[in-house]
Design a protein around this ligand. Structure first.
Ligand code: SAM
Length: 276
């Protein structure tokens, strides 16, 4: 009998945020893969989980995958957890799950907390359509490039940011998105200093600058979709420049350049370029 691979969500702060099923699975598997075994030990002690913990993190995922797959093939059941929230969401595990799926191992999700979804659900920012990008690039030039490429998305944008860069990132966001874009800063979710602010960027920057403690902790940032007016303006510009660019270069290059100039999505510009 082949074993199972469980992907188990654990709390993002408040230890009570774990499902009965998650605790039950963690108690009954042969071993649990954990990003930081010392960190997971606190959760295990709290719930009296005695299963063995094995280290599994971004630096050893590659070398561990084959051994774990062999253990599952020989009948052992394994659970993967991360330090917080749902494994694989800006956390290790993708390689393991993709290899397991390739050879037909049953991968079972045990759903639970996730910082991005918790933030979205309480942000007051449009929730019907959204794009999650994980951590922002740490270098300012790459970050600005990234933000510009997302400026005209007509869906909510969600990303994670470290406390070290939260202030400079919000300032970069103000340069790119302007002063009026509605943004939610969700900090320390489910913890004692939980703060969920929905405001414009100047007000959020004021909040961070008013007290250095406000810059500490874990953050999710949500940006409301581009205004219809902004999108209309970008489309008018696209219609002006795209025919000129297409005369000078191929559709693919023209679309890439048009996307940089207007902030519209590259694939969208390409679709427009090929029907000119
Ligand atoms: N797998 C996790 C999940 O499901 O949300 C995310 C792991 S990622 C390595 C850690 C980042 O998630 C943090 O730097 C922060 O941006 C965000 N995060 C995690 N817990 C959070 C919390 N309690 N409040 C706000 N953001 C949190």
């Amino acid at each position: 009998m082949i074993g199972l691979l469980y992907i188990v969500a654990t709390p993002i702060g408040n230890l009570s945020d774990i499902t009965f099923r998650a605790v039950d699975i963690l108690k009954n598997v042969d071993f649990v893969l954990s990003e930081d075994t010392r960190h997971s030990k606190k959760l295990f002690d709290h719930y009296e989980i005695k299963s063995p913990l094995k280290a599994f993190h971004e630096h050893n995922e590659n070398e561990k995958v084959n051994g774990i797959i062999s253990a599952i093939n020989s009948g052992q059941s394994v659970a993967l957890i991360s330090d917080a929230g749902t494994p694989l969401i800006s956390d290790p595990g993708y390689q393991l799950v993709s290899e397991a799926k390739k050879i037909g191992i049953n991968v079972v999700p045990i759903p639970g907390p996730n910082a991005a979804i918790a933030a979205l659900s309480s942000s007051g920012i449009a929730s019907s359509s959204f794009a999650f990008f994980g951590f922002l690039p740490s270098k300012q030039t790459s970050r600005l490039k990234f933000l510009k490429s997302k400026k005209n998305l007509d869906e909510t944008i969600i990303y994670y940011e470290s406390p070290k860069r939260i202030l400079s990132t919000l300032k970069d966001m103000m340069d790119v998105f302007g002063e009026d874009r509605r943004v939610c800063l969700a900090k320390e979710l489910t913890k004692s200093f939980e703060t969920i602010l929905n405001d414009n960027l100047p007000a959020l920057i004021d909040y961070l600058e008013s007290d250095s403690n406000h810059q500490k902790g874990e953050f999710v940032i949500l940006v409301s979709p581009a205004d219809k007016i902004e999108l209309d303006e970008a489309n008018v510009e696209l219609e002006k420049i795209l025919p000129i660019l297409c005369e000078e270069m191929g559709a693919s290059k023209a679309a890439k350049l048009a996307s940089k100039i207007t902030g519209l999505d590259k694939k969208y510009c390409y679709k427009k370029a090929i029907i000119l």
